[in-house]
Design a protein around this ligand. Structure first.
Ligand code: THU
Length: 145
């Protein structure tokens, strides 16, 4: 299945939401107590999940999106065709700046990122909206030797 053929059907939205919500329950966030779950769908339709993993050495904690992307890459996935982030706050939880760039590495501008809380999907933003005019793999195609 090519990424173009993969529609973000309501079944896919539901599957991503369930996967991200479930993994969020396993987040390791004893310092912030802010639990986040993420799920990414790859170019074959498989869903990979990740949660945030904090550390007593605070700066090396890992975001849920980074964990999900690592799981995708380890499983052989190379393209993100849709992503879901589940977190609970007054405002919609959006990926941090670093994770926007991490997602961008494997996703084009049109890829939808669904932003959800414990109850529902609150918003959908594209990678291009989250990270306009991003630096990406294509910039490295022109090599200066
Ligand atoms: N966090 C994520 O995992 N993803 C986000 O999109 C926002 C923030 C995590 C990092 C840290 O463990 C906690 O949430 C508080 O910032």
């Amino acid at each position: 299945m090519s990424p173009d053929e993969l529609e973000l059907s309501s079944a896919n939205v539901q599957a991503l939401y369930l996967a991200a919500s479930e993994v969020r329950e396993r987040a390791y966030a004893p310092y912030s107590n802010f639990h986040v779950g993420a799920a990414v769908m790859d170019e074959t339709g498989r869903i990979h999940v990740g949660c945030n993993v904090e550390n007593a050495a605070y700066p090396i904690g890992q975001c849920a999106e980074a964990s999900a992307i690592a799981a995708m890459v380890a499983a052989g996935g190379r393209q993100v065709v849709a992503a879901m982030v589940v977190g609970e706050a007054d405002d919609t939880v959006t990926p941090c700046g670093g994770c926007r760039q991490r997602l961008r590495e494997f996703a084009n501008d049109d890829v939808p990122v669904l932003l959800a809380d414990a109850k529902r999907v609150r918003e959908v933003m594209s990678i291009g909206e989250l990270l306009p005019r991003s630096f990406g793999p294509d910039h490295l195609k022109h090599q200066h030797l």
